[in-house]
Design a protein around this ligand. Structure first.
Ligand SMILES: [Zn+2]
Length: 128
């Protein structure tokens, strides 16, 4: 079962929701249609430079099993065991890239190590 997370406040909620029950933001529920072959989460971005977008967010999808995506344009076979990362602004994907699970694990370990070294989880500022 997939989970839908609000890109603004990160509240988890049912995929049937169109708007966040907490903050009212439009939920990207159209992105999570599909089966249990993958799990997707959204991570809210912050603007730190003048060229950075407002309301940008990162979508991270873990594809656990091979599966097929059908659409009006045709069908695509998605290989399993990879992590697909896409950068979104509003309802548009600006770029997308997939990592093998080994690289995704390295990335996760790297970020966790670096952040934990300077800021324990309890000290990190909360969004929203
Ligand atoms: Zn929200």
């Amino acid at each position: 079962m997939e989970n839908l997370f609000c890109p603004m406040c990160r509240l988890r909620q049912p995929t049937e929701h169109a708007y966040c029950v907490s903050c009212g933001a439009t939920l990207p529920s159209h992105l999570v249609a599909g089966g249990p072959e993958k799990v997707a989460r959204f991570f809210a971005g912050i603007k730190v430079g003048t060229g950075d977008p407002e309301n940008g967010y990162l979508r991270v999808s873990c594809y656990r099993k091979e599966h097929r995506i059908e659409s009006q344009e045709g069908s695509v076979q998605m290989t399993g065991n990879h992590v697909r990362v896409s950068m979104w602004v509003e309802n548009e994907a600006r770029c997308v890239m997939s990592l093998p699970e080994s690289e995704a694990r390295e990335m996760a370990d790297f970020v966790l190590e670096q952040i934990s070294a300077t800021h324990p989880r309890s000290e990190l500022p909360q969004l929203g």
